[in-house]
Design a protein. Structure first.
Length: 190
């Protein structure tokens, strides 16, 4: 538990330090630097998780490198479940506990559940301000700032993105974070 709290503090202090290091220009500084930074991190990992779910062929959703780990589809389901767990805490709502990991198996159902989980979480990230971020909530039985639930969600999402990357590499699939960034559309000639 102490390790989780230390990691949480690092995740909260690093963005704060980065925010303080920014120039004090009005155009560059958002009104809510901590919650804005956290939402940007969420948006990035959300994108690569959704692209990872799309990239893996349906026949590989049951793939797992050893019997001791989740298969690819179960990881997608677990990540979807976690969106409800962490974001319900941030929102002060009851977790719907859908158990997607154990009830959905098809690629289409898991992608739909992941999209729904992210849509639920979007409300938490969109509604978070720096003022609400420091309100005290219970997280894993301990008092913590409200932003902690969303920071831990980001950490958890990245942890399982790492699992998905390994599975994709074992299937000779380039993970989204290793792809070249999309190019902006060419401007029409005048």
């Amino acid at each position: 538990m102490r390790t989780i709290l230390r990691m949480l503090m690092v995740c909260l202090l690093v963005p704060a330090g980065a925010a303080l290091a920014q120039e004090k220009s009005a155009a560059a500084a958002p009104d809510n630097p901590l919650s804005t930074w956290n939402k940007k991190a969420y948006t990035r990992v959300k994108d690569i998780l959704l692209r990872s779910a799309q990239k893996m062929p349906e026949e590989n959703y049951s793939f797992k490198p050893t019997d001791a780990v989740r298969n690819y589809g179960q990881i997608i389901g677990h990540v979807a479940d976690a969106q409800y767990l962490f974001c319900s805490i941030a929102l002060g709502e009851k977790n719907p506990a859908l158990d997607i990991e154990h009830t959905k198996t098809s690629k289409a159902d898991l992608i739909a559940a992941l999209n729904a989980g992210f849509a639920y979480c979007d409300k938490a990230y969109d509604g978070m301000t720096d003022a609400s971020a420091v309100q005290t909530i219970k997280l894993f039985g301990n008092d913590a700032p409200r932003l902690s639930a969303l920071t831990v969600n980001n950490m958890h999402n990245m942890e399982h993105y790492g699992n998905l990357v390994t599975y994709m590499r074992l299937k000779n699939i380039v993970p989204p974070s290793s792809e070249a960034p999309p190019q902006p559309p060419a401007e029409p000639k005048k």
